[in-house]
Design a protein around this ligand. Sequence first.
Ligand code: AMP
Length: 215
Amino acid sequence: MNVVLFGPPGAGKGTQAKELTKKYGIPHISTGDILRANVRDATELGKEAKGYMDRGELVPDTVLIGLIRNRLNEADCVDGYLLDGYPRTIPQADALDGILREIGKPLEVVINIDVSDDNLVERLSGRRTCPNCGESYHIVFNPPEKQGICNVCGSQLYQRDDDREEVIRQRLTVYNQKTKPLIDYYGKAGILVNIDGSGNVDEVFQTVSGVMDKY
Ligand code: AMP
């Protein structure tokens, strides 16, 4: 199953992907998670990416294309992949097309999780993330069992620097300018499925699973 989970920041892509990867047994590839792990470990890639991420801007395409090429060539992608947060620009989508042709795993479906802008700001500003395992929560809609502590690994949760209000606005602007045109791109390719992402985590999961079950 070869899938892109698409949508604006805060649509719930990461939350859904973590459940979907368990259900369907394909790896969850989140470029944001990979970049954050590199920032945390202060790798060369992390040092290069950090400034862009803190400002709510996109990390340059060349960096992301190299990263995703390496990741998709890893052994666990043999039965498919679930991409989250990539592609985010038309050049990234074109490059992905080429990479997938090379490895013989063409994209089957792009699931676009649709959520209104007001809803996104509310979701992102209340989001709390685990620095260790990447699990994410919401202080109101999806709180952890013990306040401030990750259910999965017991680490102290934090608020991502780019989940502060002024950076959220910038990320949504970047999404509208650079990423949203991909809806048209994949619509024309005939592989886009739009779903309503305004429900709770379980409701959206049922809808996304309903789409993925067809592949
Ligand atoms: P995310 O966790 O998907 O919201 O990504 C967090 C940040 O990582 C983004 O705001 C970008 O700065 C960077 N990033 C993640 N994926 C990409 C991508 N495909 N292209 C460019 N920058 C990315």
